[in-house]
Design a binder for this molecule. Sequence first.
Ligand SMILES: C[S@@+](CC[C@H](N)C(=O)[O-])C[C@H]1O[C@@H](n2cnc3c(N)ncnc32)[C@H](O)[C@@H]1O
Length: 267
Amino acid sequence: MVSQAYDRIADSYDEDWCGLYAESSRRAVAQIVAVLTDAADLHVADLAVGTGNTLDSLYHRLSLGTAAGFDVSTGMLGKAWEKLPRRAQLIHDSAANAGDYLTPASLDLVLCHFLLRYLEPQVVLPTAYALLKPGGHFSLVTTTQRSLMETYTGRFAKTEPLLGVRRQLAKGGNPLDHAQGMEMLERYGFEIVADHLYREVVTFRSFDDVRAWACESGWAVEIVDGRMSVRFAFLRVAFALAEIFMRPLYPVDATNEISIVLARKPC
Ligand SMILES: C[S@@+](CC[C@H](N)C(=O)[O-])C[C@H]1O[C@@H](n2cnc3c(N)ncnc32)[C@H](O)[C@@H]1O
C-alpha cells in the first residue's frame, strides 16, 4: 500500500536528498504567488499534503482563509501537523473523496503535487475542477514518464531490466512529458496560466546516494513503486542486486524531469 510506504519514510522525507522536492515546491509557489499575491482570505486545498511543506510556505507568502490538506498516510500527516498552524484542516483520506469534505465551487486554489502517480488524472482533475470557484487556480507538480532520462538513453541499461524503471514510470497517471501534462489539463477544461519544466541532474557518487534518494526521500515509491506491486522488502533485495551491477558505473548522473504548471478554471 502507498500509505504504508509513506508511513515508513515520513521521518526521513524532509531530508530530501538533493532538494528535489523543496526546489519543485519553491518553483510552484513562485508561480502561485505571482498571480495571487494581492488576493485576501484565500480558500485552499492540498490534495496530497505530505509533510505540509508547500502549504506551510503558502501560509508565509499569501493571505490564507481556510486550508485543507488530504493524505492517505498518517505518518506524513503527523509531520504536517507539527508544522502547520492549528487552523489548517488535515484530513486522513484519499483526495478522491475531497468532495465529501469541501463545498463545490468554494476554493481559490487547489494543489496537486506528486499525486498523479497514485491517483489517476480521470479522478483528480474532475475533483479539483468541481471544487474550484470559476477563476480558481490549480497547481500541478508531477514527475514525467521521461524522468530519469538515462533509462531512455541507455546509461542505466544494466539496472533497467532489474528495477523496470521505465515500465513503472509508465504505470501511474504521470504524463509522458511536460507538453502532454498541459494537454491533459486543457482536456479537462483548465486554461494554462504558467508552465515550467524543472530538469535537474543529480549525481549518485555511490550506492549510498541512491539509497538516500530512493528509500529515505521516497523517490522509490514515486518512481519505482507507484502501485506498490513491488513491496519495500523486495526493493531492498533489488537494490542490493542493483548495487552489484552499478558499482563499476559511479559516479552516475540522473536527469530528473518535473513538470510544474499553474492552470485556471475559466470564469
Ligand atoms: C511524493 S509525496 C508528495 C507530498 C507533497 N505533495 C510534496 O510535494 O512534498 C506523495 C504524497 O501523496 C500521498 N498520497 C498517495 N496517494 C494519495 C491519495 N489517493 N490521496 C491523497 N494523498 C495521497 C502520499 O501519502 C504522499 O504523502
